[in-house]
Design a protein around this ligand. Sequence first.
Ligand code: KG4
Ligand code: ZN
Length: 388
Amino acid sequence: MKILAIETSCDETGVCLLTIDGTHPNTSVTVEANELATQIEDHQEYGGVFPSLAKRLHGENLPVLLEKILKTTSTTAISQIPEAKKEIIRGWLKRYPDLPDKLFDIFTTHGLPDINAVSVTVGPGLEPALWVGINVARAIALALDVPVIPINHMEGHLISTLVDDDITDGHSHNLKKIDFPAVALLVSGGHTELIKLEGWQSYEKIGQTRDDAAGEAFDKIGRLLDLPYPAGPHVSTLAQKARDLELESPDAFNLPRPMLGSDDLDFSFSGLKTDAARKIKAEGPLADRERQQFARELEDVIVDILVQKTSRAVKSCNAKDLLVGGGVSANTQLRQRLKTIKKDVSVHLSPLSLAGDNAVMIGLAAGGHYESGVTAESEISADSRLSL
Ligand code: KG4
Ligand code: ZN
């Protein structure tokens, strides 16, 4: 089966073409082409993602990425798109006056690949951003008379943990096999959740943040340290400098570990920000070395909380496999600490190339929904708070 996948839930525009052989999850996957355009620099002056800018940039990026993919993969010529279909597509994309004709031009110039479906992220995410991807997915699907498979972004992060590091090398790779029940820790800019998997598509949320997500805590507190958006990776780099220099954090920088000892599997990171803001203010402008110490403390605290709750979840579910995905799963400390969580638990981390948002994970997740999850394109809509 061949799938064209689209991701536009936040500030990365992704398009990819995958071939999936076999029946989910006993499949092998070949990434035929993969394109990603990041908007990070465009949002930096706002200190976070600016939704209407994200939407506009997705609308600009999608045809560019699609064209790149069509230029490098085999396609079947499309002589003409019937006027009736063009009208429907124009209706879907009425907020983007140039986009329909750009797409029609790309379709007829390069042809379209022989795909079985188009998969697209429908949530959670920024609603205006999601809609651009959905409408372009519908346009391609209608032009080819293939179905659209709506995908939950978090399922994408979850399934991205089952592929090899070199998944995008153009060769075929088997999806890793896991035993159930398994536990997944999904940590991104908007989500921090622990999921119990009883089987494929049988997901139970057993823990989640009650306020801010772990990535949000990195980003918001990192901003207080004058780090650019998204601050997570910059906090991590500063923290590593403190470790390399063997700089312990002074007591004045000690941050709380909210809910660390609570018996549930929930998280809370918003108090951390309040406390960090107070401490940074009290210390006055921080010198370079103090910023490194503060970053180290922040990273240690967030990683401690994530590791402790995940370890508890693995034990309480008696899980043999732990899956860890989402942007924050790129964090080196978190990866190292989780790898040794428990002797008899296999830990599957998203490859670094797929830890952040991308379209490959959306295509991979679609492999599991092809039989059951095909939806009429008119019924597909964005759901910014979609739950797994
Ligand atoms: O999954 P993702 O790319 O986008 C969302 O779906 O939100 O996650 C983005 C989040 C941001 O908060 C970013 O700061 C964080 O992942 N992040 C990191 C690291 N790399 C990305 N946080 C800590 N350490 C990192 N190395
Ligand atoms: Zn994400």
